[in-house]
Design a protein around this ligand. Structure first.
Ligand code: ZN
Length: 479
């Protein structure tokens, strides 16, 4: 009986143990334990060439779904090496054991060359050049820690005031070095007076507003500027002029000016409010012009001179007249009717020659002129209609021609100061505004001037020089 009870009790125990084992096995199977790695640092890392590799290490623990991570670290064996002096990819292997099972992790280390080569420039003592000269290389070398001497691989470009040297090592690391050229005359900068967009009133000629060329060192390089591009100032339209400085190396500095030739505008004519006499003297300067200027200065009167180039010795009187406040206007360079009225072109060329003389003497151009013979002349009839065409074209180009309403007769039958005086006085009498024609190449005409001024002042006239707003007293054109 006792034995039986004993036998029964053992069986229960056996069954219990069996059940326990079964449960433990089942749980263990559900847990699925393995080794988990915790890497210190990245699994994929970059190491600059030449830098010592320090293993960041790795921790391993057992882990499972049911019972979680174990507390104790499992030893990890690291295998593999990194040669920090040789670029490449190195794989490090980590191994941990759990029972008979081996577990692995890995890390890749990329040893890379990140060091650029170095370019060294040499300079020659005392060497200098201008922007116009070819640069003589002073010397350079290139060195890379890994690839060694790279001097032969250096590419070199000379541009303007600098040389650029460029080289790359096998890993693609680039070095760029710039040398400033030791210039005495540097790269020019061209500056256009009046700007790059200009409007120009239709004219007989184009007068460029000018330019300057300088370098950073402050040298004036204007003399090296070449100007190309034609402007036809007599024809409205768009034109371009290019201002260029080139050197022998094929570098060029250039600036373009856009010129719009637009219709010329003349100011409105303003009738003087007071009684006014405009004394005008044609065909000079001549031997008596200086005397005339003295009289005018003495009387404090300003007059107008329609000048020619026919007396080269007296041309300085043109400058004097301008300086003393008189108005200098174009008459003609040659005053040769047959030549100047032969064609419009001939007239323009003669006109320009006279303008040039005026510019040389006074420093500026004028837009006031008087046709030789006056606009009503008939001496030009050998060229039919030339006066009509010239009057129209010159006005369209912004020039205003002046005739007269009082003639002194000094170019005709009158040859005495008394006669000239009488003609002027009788011509002026009763007129509010007088434009008096005289010739300062006639001594008797010059001799009459002081009396004319006295008479004018006594009769309430003031004396003025012409300007573009003065009454032009234009005659009816007869050709
Ligand atoms: Zn004349």
């Amino acid at each position: 009986m006792r034995r039986e009870r004993q036998g029964k009790g053992g069986l229960v125990w056996l069954l219990a143990i069996y059940a326990l084992l079964l449960t433990a096995g089942l749980l263990s199977a559900l847990d699925g334990r393995y080794v988990r790695f915790y890497m210190n640092g990245r699994t994929e890392m970059e190491l600059p060439l030449g830098t010592r590799y320090v293993e960041p290490g790795c921790r391993a623990v057992s882990a499972g779904r049911v019972f979680g991570e174990g507390r104790r670290a499992i030893p990890v064996a690291v295998s593999g090496t990194v040669d920090a002096d040789v670029p490449g990819d190195y794989v490090l292997s980590y191994e941990a054991r759990r029972g008979a099972q081996r577990y692995h992790a890995s890390r890749t280390v990329h040893v890379v060359d990140r060091t650029a080569p170095i370019i060294r420039l040499e300079s020659r003592e005392g060497y200098s050049l201008t922007w116009f000269d070819e640069y003589e290389e002073e010397g350079y070398s290139a060195w890379d820690e890994l690839d060694g001497d790279l001097t032969a691989q250096v590419s070199r470009t000379v541009y303007d005031d600098r040389v650029t040297y460029k080289v790359a090592d096998a890993a693609g690391n680039q070095c760029i070095v710039t040398r400033r050229l030791p210039f005495t005359l540097g790269r020019p900068t061209i500056t256009l007076a009046g700007g790059e967009q200009t409007q120009y009133p239709r004219s007989l000629r184009y007068v460029d507003p000018g330019f300057t060329a300088t370098d950073a060192q402050g040298n004036d390089l204007s003399a090296f500027v070449r100007v190309t591009g034609e402007v036809t100032p007599t024809v409205c339209g768009s034109y371009a002029r290019v201002y260029t400085i080139e050197n022998g190396r094929g570098d060029a500095v250039s600036v373009t000016r856009q010129i719009e030739v637009v219709p010329a505008a003349l100011p409105e004519i303003a009738e003087p409010e007071e009684k006014t006499i405009y004394l005008t003297f044609d065909d000079g300067p001549g031997p008596y012009t200086g005397r005339l200027l003295d009289v005018l200065a003495d009387c404090g009167v300003q007059a107008s001179f329609f000048v020619t180039c026919n007396s080269p010795d007296d041309l300085d009187m043109v400058g004097r007249a301008a300086r003393e406040g008189h108005t200098v206007c174009v008459h003609s360079a040659s005053h040769d009717y047959g030549a100047i009225y032969a064609s419009e072109e001939a007239f323009y060329r003669d006109f320009e020659a006279c303008e040039d003389m005026i510019l040389a003497q006074t420093g500026s151009y004028t837009r006031l002129f008087r046709f030789p013979g006056g606009s009503s002349n008939t001496v030009s009839r050998f060229n039919r209609g030339v006066m009509s065409r010239l009057a129209e074209n010159m006005s369209a180009m912004g020039y205003r021609y002046f005739d007269w309403n009082v003639s002194s007769g000094d170019a005709g039958g009158t040859t005495t100061a008394e006669g000239v005086y009488q003609n002027i006085v009788s011509g002026c009498a009763g007129k509010q505004v007088c434009v008096v024609l005289q010739h300062d190449v006639k001594p008797y005409s010059v001799a009459a001037v002081r009396r004319v001024i006295d008479w004018g002042r006594e009769n309430g006239y003031c004396f003025k020089a012409l300007d573009l707003t003065s009454p032009p007293m234009q005659h009816p054109i007869a050709n």
